[in-house]
Design a protein around this ligand. Structure first.
Ligand SMILES: Cc1cc2nc3c(=O)[nH]c(=O)nc-3n(C[C@H](O)[C@H](O)[C@H](O)COP(=O)(O)OP(=O)(O)OC[C@H]3O[C@@H](n4cnc5c(N)ncnc54)[C@H](O)[C@@H]3O)c2cc1C
Length: 437
């Protein structure tokens, strides 16, 4: 049998796992190593998808089957760019696939963004999902009103997690520190602002409808902002989704503000222009907009909403990785349909930008595996032993998939009644658990 093609996949989110799965199915002999900066796998499935949407996370069972294939090896707690360089990986492996996602918040670009009380979704979602990078965010939740900027599913997640009751969160894996902070908060009103109109909002309907079904919180919306029908060009599928959303939003206009103790206000045609206050946020200043040819244009009419918390949820962006060309404007690794350079490929959010659902990443993995199968008939480079030697020489403690399973078992064992797990929120705690077992 010919030598297997050695492939390093950098990043263990959906795009990384779909690539590994497609390589296993490619008909070529492959040896696939998944290199992940955190001890824990699964990227935004663990650190982004909302803690109260556990069924969405079930897809990891499929990824686990891939990880357990004898041709696949997991190297957790190994960061490319810190523990090993991309050039070193390319020297060791026939092919390297970048699946590193887009982990940073796109800035709003308005004055006041540096005030205490402004937290981008990447940071805030990471905090309530126990992502080690954001464990110490300690957001100031001692506020009565919050402004979420953005009208997509991430914005809805952020708003919902802030207003759900402890009972509604029983089956979630919200970490204790976040649950305590959210429950201690006197927050009663969350405002969601979109620059354009309801037709342009990117909610999926299940997520939107859920906002009308919460125990303690009622949606609010001014009927004057809603069109009677879906306007503009759209594919049949998009039009159906927009019609469903519009019907749901019309239902929201019938809800009374005093029905429940908390409210989420949907506010369209409003562009934030400044975050006001001293050291801390005291209000958000916005300009009313109108939509002309699909673009929001300011009308010159301004208004302010008092709030102590501003949570921009307007999108993510990737960061450059030394050794890979970066398209700074798009915030992605520069690539042509997933090809970056000889033996170097990109998949998922770092290839396309931060859009789409989990399954949207699958075709990227299929395409990268097809490129690799076309570019290599058999392997030439050693792959795994060379990486292991590098890591050993630098005393990097790589976490194997079996060790991750120990972390996972400890999280499940520590889960409060009804909850799926109690997550470790620091790398040190995860490594200590591995070391002592
Ligand atoms: C808040 C939020 C909620 C979402 N909710 C849903 C939902 O409910 N349903 C749905 O279908 N989709 C949801 N999505 C979208 C979905 O999560 C993404 O489509 C998907 O995770 C993108 O996959 P990816 O593999 O490209 O990136 P990621 O999932 O971000 O994975 C990238 C991985 O690379 C690792 N990495 C980064 N840099 C390095 C490095 N230098 N070395 C080694 N490893 C590295 C990261 O730690 C991470 O594990 C959500 C997204 C967000 C942001």
């Amino acid at each position: 049998m010919s030598d297997p093609i050695t492939v390093a996949i950098v990043g263990s989110g959906p795009a990384g796992f779909y690539t590994a799965e497609a390589l296993l199915r490619s008909g070529r002999a492959v040896a696939v190593d998944i290199v992940e900066r955190l001890p824990t796998p699964y990227g935004l499935i663990r650190g982004g998808v909302a803690p109260d949407h556990q069924t969405t996370k079930n897809v990891t069972r499929k990824y686990e089957e891939v990880a357990l294939d004898p041709a696949v090896r997991y190297f957790g707690n190994v960061e490319v760019g810190r523990d090993v360089s991309l050039d070193e990986l390319r020297d060791a492996y026939d092919a390297v696939v970048l699946a590193i996602g887009s982990p940073f918040d796109r800035p709003l670009g308005i004055p006041g963004e540096d005030k205490k009380g402004v937290y981008g979704a990447a940071a805030f979602v990471g905090w309530y999902n126990a992502h080690p990078d954001f464990r110490n965010l300690d957001p100031a939740l001692d506020v009565h009103a919050a402004a979420v900027i953005g009208v997509g599913n991430v914005a809805i997640d952020v708003a919902r997690v802030l207003v759900k009751t402890p009972t509604e969160m029983t089956k979630a894996d919200l970490p204790d520190y976040a649950a305590r902070a959210i429950q201690a908060s006197p927050l009663t009103d969350v405002y969601m602002f979109g620059r354009r109109g309801p037709n342009d909002a990117k909610f999926t309907n299940v997520e939107l409808r859920e906002m009308g079904e919460l125990d303690n919180c009622v949606p609010q919306l001014d009927a004057a902002q809603l069109p009677k029908t879906v306007e503009g060009e759209a594919s049949d599928r998009d039009r159906r989704l927009k019609e469903k959303n519009l019907a749901t939003l019309w239902e929201f206009t019938k809800r009374r503000a005093d029905e429940k103790p908390k409210r989420v206000h949907f506010c369209f045609y409003a562009a934030p222009v400044a975050i006001l206050g001293g050291e801390r946020v005291e209000a958000l200043r916005l300009e009313r907009t109108q939509v002309v040819a699909g673009q929001a244009r300011g009308t010159g009419e301004f208004f302010e909403v008092p709030c102590g918390l501003v949570l921009p949820s307007i999108g993510y962006r990737g960061a450059p990785l030394e050794g890979a060309p970066f398209d700074a404007k798009a915030g992605i690794v520069a690539n042509r349909d997933g090809r970056v350079a000889d033996g170097l490929y990109a998949v998922g959010w770092i290839r396309r930008g931060p859009t789409g659902v989990i399954a949207t990443n699958r075709p990227d993995g299929v395409a990268a595996a097809a490129f690799i199968a076309a570019d290599f008939v058999h392997g030439r480079k050693p792959g795994r032993p060379q990486l292991e030697a590098l890591l050993a020489s630098r005393r990097v403690q790589a976490i194997s998939f079996a060790e991750w399973k120990k972390i996972e078992a400890a999280e499940i064992a520590a889960a409060p009644p009804g909850a799926p797990r109690r997550k470790f929120a620091t790398v040190a705690d995860m490594l200590a658990l591995v070391d002592e077992s």
